[in-house]
Design a protein around this ligand. Structure first.
Ligand code: ARG
Length: 463
């Protein structure tokens, strides 16, 4: 059969280079199943509206189901897109007098927008499941490490003692927001453009509500011009993915750093590591590095989508075809990354001794010491900050004698004369007490963390 699109208006055929340049067949593999569903729903509605006969409807539906069974491989890949390839195959199977009626009141413009939304909707649901699994893993590891001390960092410098639970629930919270953003974006994805036809809708008496319902959409993109031309749902989705990938890249970066001999906080399970072709001893965290790298691709996909859609006049423009591979790529990377991160986290071994050993390195208890001075000696925090700052110039944690000496220089009197005791200093320098005192909502104390994990689990259960 000749190309059902080109046999009318166009006289010459494109050469291979032009076909490759203009075809979307590669990216359209992603929407093959959705296209069958869209065809089925449209055909059923055409029959219900008596636009096609019951007999033709039956044959078309049967043909479509056979095409679905045969799979995309059976389709002719030389067509410019999946829609035409599929329609041609149908016409080959059931004849043009029947198959040629399926496209009544429809354009590839509303068809492709519907297919993309259907496919993306499904992938968003799967992504949400993966995100919930990752969040559960982070919560599980956190519950087991409520008391696992480690240094907390700012500027990647030791800052204050904290716990692994506090650190990982921070990531879990971020993943929770990614989940919310995904769910929120789902609402704007799950709307039906079908029935908009090329852009001006159609004179056929279509039932847009019916195809919307048949395909499980929550509502319509009403304006038919908007329906075929808008891809802001793709930009929004890609932004959600990029944001999520940035969150994952931060975790990946820490996995890389924590796996070094200098930190040795964790060791990845061998299946997530690679080795060197020359250095036999190497165990490299390549999977985490790749995840970090792939976040760049997700950011790139968002940038591409923004640039493709910018300044396009209404309504449909073929530029939009270039949007599809970008969302596909970003989605594929994002979903895989969430699963890989989950696996890496769930299987890594945690070196609690090394973490705890470094919890106080770099005088991380300095803030608590200054806070103690404020509470006990009734001096302003800024003064305590200065005294402890001077003490921090020395090596290691100060004794009461050293504190008094510096206090004399700064305020002209000792802090022991203002009630500070050896025991209080010891307490301030104790990392376990540092952590347990930080019991405000969201602080690292085991009790605060238990509450945080509990509410996170409750939210997951309600999701
Ligand atoms: N492959 C096209 C796309 O992805 C389908 C729509 C083509 N429409 C058209 N009028 N040429 O956007």
């Amino acid at each position: 059969m000749s190309d059902i699109l080109r046999r009318g208006r166009l006289a010459s055929v494109p050469d291979e280079e032009i076909i490759n340049f203009t075809s979307s067949m590669n990216a359209d593999k992603w929407i093959f199943k959705a296209d069958i569903l869209v065809d089925l729903a449209h055909t059923i509605m055409l029959k219900e509206r008596k636009i096609i006969k019951t007999e033709d409807c039956k044959k078309i539906l049967k043909g479509l189901l056979t095409i679905k069974e045969e799979g995309i491989e059976k389709l002719d890949h030389t067509y410019e897109d999946i829609h035409i390839s599929l329609e041609s195959r149908l016409i080959d199977m059931v004849g043009e007098d029947t198959g040629g009626r399926m496209h009544s009141g429809r354009s590839r413009n509303d068809e492709v927008a519907t297919c993309i939304r259907l496919t993306l909707r499904n992938d968003l649901l799967l992504l949400m499941e993966d995100l919930i699994a990752l969040r559960n893993t982070l919560n599980d590891i956190s519950s087991e490490n409520l008391d696992t001390l480690m240094p907390g960092f700012t500027h990647l410098q030791h800052a204050q003692p904290t716990t692994l639970a506090h650190h990982l629930t921070a990531h879990a919270n971020a993943i929770g927001r990614d989940l919310e953003r995904t769910r929120d974006c789902y609402k704007r994805v799950n709307l039906s453009p079908l029935g908009a036809a090329a852009f001006a809708s159609t004179g056929f008496d279509l039932d847009r509500e019916r195809t919307c319902k048949l395909l499980g959409f929550d509502g319509l993109i009403e304006n038919s011009m908007d329906a075929v031309s808008s891809r802001d749902f793709l930009i929004e989705s890609a932004a959600v993915f990029a944001n999520l990938m940035i969150n994952l890249s931060k975790m990946a970066e820490e996995i890389v750093i924590w796996s070094t001999s200098e930190f040795a906080f964790i060791e990845l399970d061998d299946r997530y590591a690679s080795t060197s072709s020359i250095m036999p001893q190497k165990k490299n965290p390549d999977t985490a590095e790749l995840l970090r790298g792939k976040s760049g691709v997700a950011i790139g996909s968002l940038m591409s989508l923004l640039a493709i859609c910018k300044a396009l006049p209404l309504s449909y423009n073929r530029d939009l075809q270039e949007a599809t591979p970008n969302i596909m790529r970003s989605l594929e990377i994002t979903r895989a990354s969430v699963r890989i991160m989950n696996g890496m986290m769930a299987t890594m071994s945690i070196n609690k001794e090394n973490m705890a050993g470094l919890a106080t390195a770099g005088f991380t208890t300095a803030t608590e010491l200054a806070d103690t001075m404020v509470r006990v000696c009734d001096i302003p925090f800024r003064t305590a900050h200065q005294i402890v700052g001077v003490l921090a110039r020395g090596n290691g944690e100060p004794t009461l004698g050293e504190i008094d000496a510096v206090a004399h220089n700064v305020i002209g009197e000792s802090l022991s004369s203002r009630g500070l005791t050896e025991e209080m200093v010891e307490e301030a320098l104790d990392p376990v007490l540092n952590v347990s005192k930080r019991s405000v909502i969201g602080g690292p104390s085991p009790d605060s963390m238990k509450l945080l994990i509990k509410s996170s689990r409750e939210r997951i259960a309600n999701d």
